[in-house]
Design a protein around this ligand. Structure first.
Ligand code: SF4
Length: 212
């Protein structure tokens, strides 16, 4: 990536998140920290578009509404991103929330204890996937999801079906978001959070348990 090091993105995200968290970790500050780290990733993507001229590659992104093969894998999420997602879900209409919670419990019941390869082989859909293949938390999805786009949807379908290896993702986008998430996790750890990162599916199942 021209003029932009991934380690710089990690530091920038950590600093942006820490600027919010140093006053104390609350639900609000955690959400603001997640938003700040996301902005860093978005700004880095904008800079890469300008400096490295990857628009042609971005136009080749094959992801579209209803295509959701990649949403059957283990996804990492920080506690700050989880708070952002939790607040969004809490504001959903009750029937949508209930359906989501049922999916979250079913996914965790099937997949807890599986390693990432086993989860993928079991083809367990993310609880945030609605029946039409859309992401119901799309506006607040975490950095791992924001960084993941494929250049070949058929390859993704074959991979989920078990006949192909890893999907051809856009590496720069993936790494920018991964480093921003790592920066956010570091800021959370600095603020005293012992386990700043976990699995999205576990988070969603815990939310389902809390919302009696
Ligand atoms: S949160 Fe949304 S984008 Fe991420 S894996 Fe789940 S359904 Fe897919």
């Amino acid at each position: 990536v021209i003029g932009l090091r991934f380690s710089d993105i990690e530091v920038a995200a950590a600093n942006a998140a820490w600027a919010v968290l140093e006053g104390g970790v609350t639900r609000d500050s955690a959400i603001q920290a997640a938003e700040a780290a996301t902005r860093v990733a978005e700004e880095a993507m904008a800079q890469v578009r300008q400096d490295a001229g990857i628009d042609a590659e971005l136009k080749r992104i094959a992801c579209a509404q209803g295509c959701s093969s990649c949403c059957h894998q283990v996804v990492a999420v920080t506690v700050a991103e989880a708070e952002r997602i939790a607040r969004f879900i809490a504001a959903l209409p009750q029937p949508d929330r209930q359906a989501f919670h049922q999916r979250a419990k079913a996914a965790w019941a099937k997949g807890s204890g599986l390693d990432p390869a086993g989860w993928w082989q079991a083809r367990i859909p993310c609880a945030a996937l609605d029946p039409d293949g859309g992401c119901i938390i799309h506006p607040v999805r975490g950095l791992a999801c924001r960084g993941y786009n494929s250049l070949d949807a058929e390859w993704c379908r074959q991979s989920l079906a078990g006949s192909a290896q890893a999907a051809p993702v856009m590496t720069a986008q993936l790494r920018i978001h991964a480093h921003a998430q790592m920066g956010l996790a570091k800021a959370l750890a600095r603020a005293g959070i012992h386990q700043p990162m976990g699995a999205l599916a576990a988070t969603l199942a815990a939310l389902a348990d809390q919302d009696k």
